[in-house]
Design a protein around this ligand. Structure first.
Ligand code: AMP
Ligand code: ZN
Length: 312
């Protein structure tokens, strides 16, 4: 059921496009850049309530870390991001050189000329996923204890998306729970979160579907790699109708990385085996959008169950 019940009066007469435009107007203020929004108080009310709800589901013995929207370029390179997703990466550039060189570049800008040739890449990139900075950080601490490691991380993320529909941001917030341990521990962690996430969606009265998924790999080999990811059940997504029921939006993902990050960073278990890792990611902005798209813009008219779960 994907109608917009609590907004039924307007939904009946509006086209889908009108409805999305009304959502965008109420929830965001334009910034002049596609897929980069200023969020209204209404939108942030939902984000904050969702964050609290997600925290309430956090497993015991989970370490909390909050990351910056930028991270080490070296770490992203070493993680293999350029093999998989070079088209999505954003790199921090700056004016480098001596005072005269920087003055010259600014002078070219002031004269209406091109100055960006003077920019050079720095040692930072924009964080592409909240869990990327975590693996080297954890590996540097030593072996994973027998009970496994669990983390709660969050970051503003950047992806240079090719299109900018209402649910496709360039800059968005990602909350993640991550597990590092034995293959069994990582797999079981993902299974637990697959169940828990569905309980959360039910508590929010959000209709959803869990589907096998693949990452948006780049280039000619993309199809093959994606296919193998699906065949091995490495990724699942929770899909919710935001733009339309026919093209539902991935609002959460449930990922088994096997030993990819652990091999890269030398992360071992106490018995000397290469660790396995898994993560569950909440697209906070997409989840908030899903709530408004499903229940309407008037919080007071959201279903009782939803309001109660979010303490609204
Ligand atoms: P992924 O690492 O691709 O599985 O992304 C984790 C979660 O982040 C997804 O399930 C989405 O909810 C969210 N997400 C990914 N890309 C975007 C985007 N362009 N705009 C908003 N949210 C996104
Ligand atoms: Zn992750």
């Amino acid at each position: 059921m994907l109608a917009f019940e609590s907004d039924a009066d307007t939904a009946r007469t509006d086209t889908a496009e009108d409805r999305l435009e009304a959502l965008g107007r109420a929830l965001f203020a334009p910034t002049g850049s596609n897929g980069v929004h200023a969020r209204t108080a209404l939108f942030e009310t939902a984000i904050e309530a969702l964050s609290t709800l997600i925290t309430a589901h956090r497993e015991a013995d989970t370490e909390v870390l909050r990351f910056a929207p930028v991270m080490s370029r070296h770490q992203v390179e070493k993680s293999g991001y350029l093999h998989g997703f070079p088209h999505l990466l954003g790199c921090v550039c700056g004016l480098q050189g001596d005072e005269a060189e920087i003055h010259a570049a600014v002078g070219r800008f002031n004269g209406g000329e091109d100055w960006i040739d003077a920019l050079r890449a720095t040692d930072l990139v924009l964080t592409p996923a909240a869990c990327y900075p975590l693996y080297p950080l954890a590996a540097a601490r030593g072996a994973v204890p027998a009970g496994a490691l669990k983390f709660d991380v969050e970051s503003y993320c950047f992806r240079r998306e090719a299109t900018h529909e209402i649910d496709r941001f360039q800059a968005f917030r990602m909350r993640e729970f991550v597990c590092m341990g034995s293959p069994r521990q990582a797999f079981d962690f993902r299974s637990r979160w697959l169940a828990r996430a569905q309980a959360i969606a039910d508590a929010l009265a959000l209709p959803y579907r869990i589907a096998p998924a693949s990452d948006p790999f780049f280039g000619r080999a993309a199809k093959l790699i994606a296919q193998s990811q699906v065949e091995q059940s490495l990724k699942f997504e929770m899909l919710i109708a935001v733009r339309s029921a026919a093209q539902p939006t991935a609002c959460m993902s449930f990922n088994c990385h096997r030993d990819h990050f652990a091999s890269t960073w030398g992360l071992h278990t106490e018995d000397g085996e290469v660790a396995h890792t898994a993560c569950v990611a909440f697209g906070m902005d997409r989840l908030a959008l899903a709530l408004f798209a499903t229940h309407g813009l008037d919080l007071a008219r959201w279903p009782q169950r939803t309001r109660q779960s979010l303490a609204l």
